[in-house]
Design a protein around this ligand. Structure first.
Ligand SMILES: N[C@@H](CCC(=O)N[C@@H](CS)C(=O)NCC(=O)O)C(=O)O
Length: 204
């Protein structure tokens, strides 16, 4: 089999999602820490973003496509439930993350607070309700099972964990997660996994 290469700086939450999936599946892969918008990134991604994946002739961009490819192409732990209703629940949460969580949580709160030299306080303040709503729903979901879609981990857990790990590093995140006890126990459970210990190591 050709060597699989994951391209993307490991500080990206979405690169971390792919790294979690690769480590959970125990795939033998190479990691190329390309940063976005470089000539190399633009060669592999029409918008110059990360992550991207190459595997022989295959070139993929979009995290959802990448993690599904990883799960479907390699043996090992299945990262999608077999049961149709649990699979639908996983897909629902993947869609919720992409449509309603990534923007307020990562693109606004985390990037403004942790990366911007002059954070846009109004934008952050106005975005809090948009972050609050999906977190409340996620907390309710995690009251029913140990992981988002099932009693076992799935792609939804790996998609959402890196974003919430960054959110927790902001004051707004501390406030938003102060009463979400089910989310907080889930984060602890997820962080105890071998894949998280590798992916969230301090020098990344
Ligand atoms: N829809 C893409 C989004 C990728 C994305 O936004 N990646 C971020 C890093 S987490 C990025 O490359 N940002 C830099 C940029 O947009 O120039 C996916 O699901 O993979």
């Amino acid at each position: 089999m050709p060597q699989l290469i994951l391209h993307g700086n490991p500080r990206s939450n979405l690169v971390r999602t792919c790294l979690l999936a690769l480590n959970e599946k125990e795939v033998d892969f190479e990691h190329d820490p390309t940063v976005p918008q470089t000539p190399e990134a633009l060669q592999r991604h029409p918008w110059g973003k990360i992550p991207t994946l190459t595997h022989g002739e295959i070139l993929l961009h979009e995290t959802l496509a990448i993690i599904n490819y990883i799960d479907d192409s390699f043996s090992g732990l299945k990262l999608k439930p077999n049961n149709p209703s649990k699979l639908a629940l996983m897909n629902k949460w993947l869609s919720i993350y992409l449509c309603y969580m990534d923007n307020p949580i990562i693109r606004v709160i985390v990037i403004q607070r942790l990366l911007s030299k002059s954070p846009d306080e109004n934008l952050i303040k106005n975005t809090i309700p948009d972050a609050e709503k999906p977190l409340k729903l996620l907390d309710e979901c995690l009251e029913k099972s140990n992981y988002i879609a099932d009693s076992e981990v799935s792609l939804a857990d790996f998609f959402i964990l890196p974003a919430l790990d960054y959110l927790k590093m902001t004051n707004e995140g501390v406030q938003l997660l102060k009463d979400t006890s089910n989310i907080n126990s889930w984060i602890d459970r997820m962080m105890a996994r071998e894949s998280s210990i590798i992916v969230f190591k301090p020098n990344n």
